[in-house]
Write a protein of this length. Sequence first.
Length: 361
Amino acid sequence: MSRCRRWTVWLSLSFLVCSFSASAQSQQPPVIPGIENGQPDPRVTGVSTANGRTPGSITGTIVDQTGAGVAGARVKLTREDQSPAEEAVCDEDGRFAFANVAPGPFQIAITAEGFSPQSSSSVLEPGERRVIPQIALSLATAVTEVHVVPPRVEVAEDQIKEQEKQRVLGVVPNFYVSYVRNAVPLSPKQKFELAWKTSVDPISFGVVGVAAGVQQAQNDFNGYGQGAQGYAKRFAASYGDFLSGTFIGGAILPSLLKQDPRYFYKGTGSKRSRFLYAIANSVICKGDNGHWEANYSSIVGSLAAGGISNLYYPASSREGLELTFENTLIGIGESAAVNLLQEFVVRKISKNVPNQEPATP
């Protein structure tokens, strides 16, 4: 054999020896602190193996849903033998290890920021080097506290229910006054409902009945005559005035013109400012947009109600155009007087008035 070939064979043998050595080294398991050649090092653990309860080890990897290691994940190991719990922190590849683990049942609990906690349990045999299958964490489900704000219509409905409890001396309905600061505007449906409840309230019928009785006693609208028939006609006419004025000025026009038909109690400031506020509210009102504007609903409503009354009053008692305007002006004066009573007297003698801050102009 020539020198060249011997050199070639020598190199080949050397290469095979090196390859075998490297392969053997690559197949060695990862080194865990306190474990040498698969057995606990008594110098490190101080655990005797004479009783056959040879400690083992537990290793594993924590990954996310993409398979990437979860660095910094905390793994807590607990055992049923009441021994102290141990905790390990995963490295940058998501790996963790526990050495010198007493055999027997155990549980590991994994927690990581942004991930849902997870746990796993099993039994470690004496001397076993347990490799836990890869554990994939799922993202934590964020729970956001949601504050549900009731729709404006629902808020207004609640406020109306409180208004419908307001009664002067506990008897006379006082539904068209709001004692709530910045009350929510009413929807058209709510304006009609408020007008309807006011119109059909038993006390409203009683007041109209008394007014008809006074008219009959004074022989007003003598074209109706006397007796039960005359009283019935006066009652129907008076109720017609009340009904048309309530619906036209308190529901139909406020819905069309987007105005609020209620009187907003002020209740604060000097007596002079409250006096002027009450007087002004006979010709101004709050719009549904929250701004103050001319009270077209009430003024035009009075004119319309006066015109309609000419359809059912006796011919001798029907109002001309001039008298209708005159009565409208009188109505504005009456509204101012009622507003003054609302501002200074009515609240004190009313029941079921909400204990809230008064409204502001």
